[in-house]
Design a protein around this ligand. Sequence first.
Ligand code: AMP
Length: 498
Amino acid sequence: MMIRSLLDNGERKHPAVDTLNGTMTYQELADQVDKLAAYLTEIGLDRGDRIAMALPNGLEVIASFLAASTVGTAAPLNPSYTRDEFKFYLEDTSARALILPKDTSEEARAAATDGKILIIDASIDGDGRVRFNSSGRLNGAAAIAATSNDDIALILHTSGTTSRPKRVPLSHANVLTSARNVANTYQLTGQDISLCVMPLFHVHGLVASTLATFATGGTVVVPPKFNPLSFWSTVREQRASWYSAVPTIHQVLLSRAKGTRPAGAEQLRFIRSCSAALAPQVMSDLESTFGAPVLEAYGMTEAAHQMASNPLPPLERKPGSVGPGTAVEIAILDEKGNLLPPGTVGEVSIKGANVFSGYEGNAEANAESFSNGWFRTGDQGTLDDKGYLTLVGRLKELINRGGEKISPREIDEALLRHPSVAEACCFGIPDRVYGEGVAAAVVLKEEATEKELIAHCRASLSDFKCPTRIYILESIPRTATGKIQRRNVAAAIAGANK
Ligand code: AMP
């Protein structure tokens, strides 16, 4: 079965998506996706071809994703990447085509000028349907090849401990399993209306908010982006029954509500939080203000999103825990790969039909990440005797800024490209809004100011990755054995600035 077949689940005349461009029923969306898939085939794209897309949330990205994964492999990219980042991702995925909003996306267009990548403009016609238009074509037209469950539907990247992001191929089976796991966890039905405020180039928005909805014949409402000012009027007017978001979004909504339940909140059956840690106090404030159960879940790109979640009432939801595995086996392993008993902290490891089968072209990462059939998540946690998982830390080196993952090595390297920088060490700092923020320490060989260095980062890195503070030091603190440990550097700077 392929992802496109999810659209056959809904009642033909029931709304599948609701966007700025109006509502589209299951029948209309399915017809639309089939037409777009036929177009992609006509211009020469085929099974095995990577079809990149950099589109804001809306009908275009949903239809493009479904069509691209029907014909070949969809490679969604963050539309706010810089030219350098687009260049890297397009090359790294070996993209053959790139779907962009018509007349915009200068950075992406500038990154794909070598003529090897076919640019496809996506626009909405007068009838509210997505149109593709490409100025060229690849080889001759092929027919849409039959898919196997194991074909790669989707390719995404995760930030690695090295500066190069790792490629994560997800099969149709991985994605469908995860979408169904999400749907089962929250007992979604055709009557549910999901409000999608997470970006659709990431598994959280794509699999949890959207595909789990299609798996159960419900409706997904997709505004262009999260807007705290119109959030509750959208919930109210579109009759949303749930939404999923990162803790930063929940917190923004909470602080705007000032303790008063916003009109529309009474429609919510539950609120889901995932992709970064939700503080128990925030969870309890959310529940008392919005009057709906708040269910914290644990997701990861390599697992096609969901691994664990707190369940709906009357089952117990535990503040500070991400809940039990959701049809995903969870074990805590020690360094050697031995299973640890409940109550012991070790590496959270998973098994399940949603879990990918390995990074693409990265034997070293695969050797480190799999032991005895378990995928090691790089997160540290502990299971209680009821199987509820609590995350306590991270073995992997990344900064989780409000759910957006940043590899500190990538920031070190960007800083080191500045002619005045001799040494650089990026690290996470506590941040009230984002949970974690990005900072760096540098040693200079020539004069430069913090402002100049931040501007230098902005030229090659997306805004969310750029350090907001850069400390200029005489030397970077080292351990007794002469190593630089990001955590120690962060602690030394925090100590010095008390
Ligand atoms: P991504 O691949 O972007 O979905 O990021 C996956 C990582 O996000 C996990 O390995 C965790 O480090 C982190 N993460 C996801 N959900 C949670 C959560 N509920 N609490 C803390 N960290 C989380």
